[in-house]
Design a protein around this ligand. Structure first.
Ligand SMILES: [Zn+2]
Length: 254
């Protein structure tokens, strides 16, 4: 049993073939899926989708690459959006200094606002962090009781250590299977087992050996899990049990 704790089922590439995507996930042993909203319209679509499927839940938030100046005035809307019981977490949110699509002060402002919402609601957060570990950890410092997962981790050994030392979870995606990423595999083998999550970030980042499929999907999380299990010298079943327990605990989805 595996849970894909991070994908984007509302993306047209997946949404247009959703019954098949969900059937293939089930067949692969991926029994539960958490779909992640990236802006307020997408968040609404994610909630609607989960309301109609008992094995789907969502996180809703505003992705740092999609924040707009207008979002500063729509924080109350997000506060309302996280209320339904299918919303397990707030996000994805965070800082992206790699693409720098939005000005950094704006990214920081919306990140902080979303952390405040999560703290108030007692919900965990899903963090998108690209080349911004220092600022991300500094901002999380102000919200010390908020639980967080650093999703799609692709940083360095030292960064993973700093994140894990603070008790946050670390999510690994397809890149852990890519040939050149030996360091990332070593990191995935070293993260404490009770702080590890496996995810797809579908439709992005298909893992090996499915990379020829341009559209990633939750069923493929098996390949990421298998690679990490191999690196850790445990069975896929053991890895699945551990990451499933982590996901159930972190997202409060018993
Ligand atoms: Zn994502």
């Amino acid at each position: 049993m595996l849970i894909d704790t991070h994908c984007h089922l509302t993306d047209p590439r997946l949404f247009s073939q959703l019954p098949d995507v969900l059937a293939r996930a089930h067949q692969a042993g991926v029994t539960r899926i958490i779909t992640i909203g990236t802006d307020l319209a997408d968040d609404q679509a994610a909630i609607e989708l989960c309301t109609n499927h008992s094995d789907l839940r969502c996180a809703v938030g505003i992705h740092p690459n999609y924040v707009t100046p207008d979002d500063r005035h729509r924080v109350d809307e997000l506060r309302q959006l996280i209320q339904p019981s299918v919303v397990l977490a707030v996000g994805e949110m965070g800082l992206d200094y790699h693409y720098d699509r939005a000005p950094r002060p704006l990214q920081q402002q919306l990140f902080q606002a979303q952390l405040a919402i999560a703290q108030q609601a007692g919900k965990p957060v899903v963090i998108h962090c690209r080349q911004a570990v220092d600022d991300t950890l500094a901002m999380l410092n102000e919200f010390s009781d908020v639980r967080a997962v650093f999703h799609c981790f692709t940083g360095t050994f030292a960064e993973a250590g700093r994140i894990a030392d603070r008790g946050y979870l670390i999510g690994f995606t397809g890149p852990v299977t890519f040939k050149r990423n030996d360091e990332l595999r070593a990191i995935a083998a070293a993260v404490p087992l009770d702080q590890l999550l496996v995810e797809t970030d579908a439709p992005y980042l298909s893992p090996e050996p499915m990379r020829k499929h341009k559209t990633n999907e939750p069923a493929f999380v098996v390949h990421t899990a298998a690679m990490i299990a191999q690196q850790r010298n445990i069975s896929l079943e053991q890895l699945g049990q551990a990451t499933t327990a982590n996901a159930q605990r972190f997202f409060a989805w018993p």
